[in-house]
Each structure stands twice: as structure tokens, then as C-alpha cells.
Write a protein that binds this ligand. Structure first.
Ligand code: ZN
Length: 232
């Protein structure tokens, strides 16, 4: 028997089984599953899950969107915004949009448009908008600090790169998927592309620019590398 319970807006799939203890796991798609003995009270399970909330969130953050190809954009699915996990909620409404409410990402759309493709499209647009907003907050600081010209920035969902640039046109492309990672990852990609306005390859002079402007950049580069994209 499967039951879904909600704790702090996390959807938890609870299953009664022939087990001795309560077992908690975060699946590789980020979903949370608990198996519990038949005789165990639901309140005991709730307390058990509550005591492990920080572990659950940390584990979800680690696996993040490695699994984005498996997403169905359905209720209770885990989705990420700026490195934090959220529980997806679909609401039927005549107004199309996305709202962040506590630990939930709410996608609103009309009944007749309610399919996975549209839900993904709406959320992707929201991610692109979030990246745009974030860039508007940090771009001036970086171009002043690095003394680069004002770049033309294009934000779009890309399959193979976190970012790329054409130095002689002063144009930069930024992957909207960066909205799923901590904001420092976006900052690193922006810095990386701006540094190419001065240096072509990724040699010592390139690294020196990155080091000077973001001393802990390696942590964020690794986070992005683990998901198989590169900042070109
Ligand atoms: Zn590069």
C-alpha cells in the first residue's frame, strides 16, 4: 500500500512492508521513499522523516538535475531552483505562470493545455527569466570589476554547454539550466565567458583572471562538470 505524505512540502512516498525498521531513501530521481513496518504508526514515520530533513535536502541537492531527462513535470516531482529542491505542484488556472511558495514550485496553466510538454515549456521559461533577473543583479559588478565592455547576452536552454561566447562580437550565450544550480555556478560561467574577452584558451593567463575574480571557482566548476556540460 502506497501513501503520499507531505512534510514541509516534501512529498514522501510511504509504503507499508514486511520490514523491521523504518527505511528512508532518496531515489536517484530525487523522490523520497519510506518503507515502514505494518504495525508502525504514521506519526512515528513522520517524526522519523522530520529528524532527517536536512539529510534529505542535502542528498537531493547532490543528485540535483542529473536526472532532468527523466522528468515528467508531474505533481510531487522534485525540481531545483538556485540549488535548492522544491516540490512541484500543478494548478489548473486560466492564468499561465510559475510561483515559488515556500518549498513548492507551482505551475499554473489551463486544463486544455495541461500536458507534460507545456508544463516543461512554462518551467523552462521561468528558469530563463530567473537567470535573466539574476544576471541583471550581478552583471554590472562583474564588468566594472573586470573592466570588460558591455556584453550582449542571450539566455537559452542548451544541451551541451553551460555557456559560450564570441569575443569579437562581445556576445555571450548562457544556458538557462543554470537556474537549477547555486547562483555561484552562474557567476562562474559568466566570469568564464567574460574572461574570454581577454584570453582565448584556458591556459595560465586565463586561470589567473578567474582566480583573481572568484577564488573558490573550482568548487562550482566541479559541480557543473559533474553534470557533463562545459563552459566553452
Ligand atoms: Zn572557455
Amino acid at each position: 500500500m502506497n501513501t503520499i505524505i507531505y512534510i514541509e512540502n516534501l512529498a514522501i512516498n510511504v509504503q507499508r512492508k514486511r520490514v523491521k525498521n523504518i527505511n528512508l531513501s532518496v531515489k536517484k530521481d530525487g523522490q523520497i521513499a519510506v518503507s515502514m513496518p505494518y504495525r508502525c504508526a504514521m506519526a512515528t514515520v513522520e517524526n522519523f522523516v522530520k529528524s532527517r530533513l536536512s539529510w534529505i535536502r542535502q542528498t537531493q541537492e547532490k543528485i540535483n538535475s542529473i536526472v532532468s531527462y527523466q522528468l515528467k513535470y508531474e505533481n510531487n516531482e522534485t525540481h531545483f531552483l538556485w540549488g535548492k529542491p522544491y516540490c512541484l505542484l500543478i494548478e489548473i488556472s486560466n492564468k499561465i505562470g510559475v510561483e515559488i511558495k515556500e518549498n513548492q514550485i507551482i505551475i499554473r496553466l489551463p486544463e486544455k493545455n495541461n500536458n507534460a510538454e507545456n508544463r516543461q515549456y512554462i518551467l523552462d521559461n521561468f528558469y530563463a527569466g530567473s537567470v535573466k533577473n539574476q544576471l541583471s543583479l550581478i552583471l554590472e559588478k562583474w564588468i566594472t570589476q573586470m573592466k570588460t565592455p558591455q556584453p550582449k547576452i542571450c539566455i537559452r536552454k542548451m544541451k551541451t554547454r553551460w555557456g559560450s561566447c564570441t569575443p569579437n562580437k562581445k556576445s555571450i550565450r548562457i544556458n538557462s539550466e543554470l537556474a537549477k544550480y547555486p547562483p555561484e555556478c552562474l557567476q562562474y560561467v559568466l566570469l568564464h565567458e567574460l574572461a574570454h574577452f581577454f584570453v582565448k584558451g584556458h591556459g595560465d593567463d586565463f586561470i589567473a583572471i578567474i582566480d583573481k575574480n572568484m577564488p573558490n571557482w573550482q568548487k562550482y566548476k566541479e559541480m557543473l562538470d559533474n553534470h557533463n556540460f562545459q563552459a566553452a
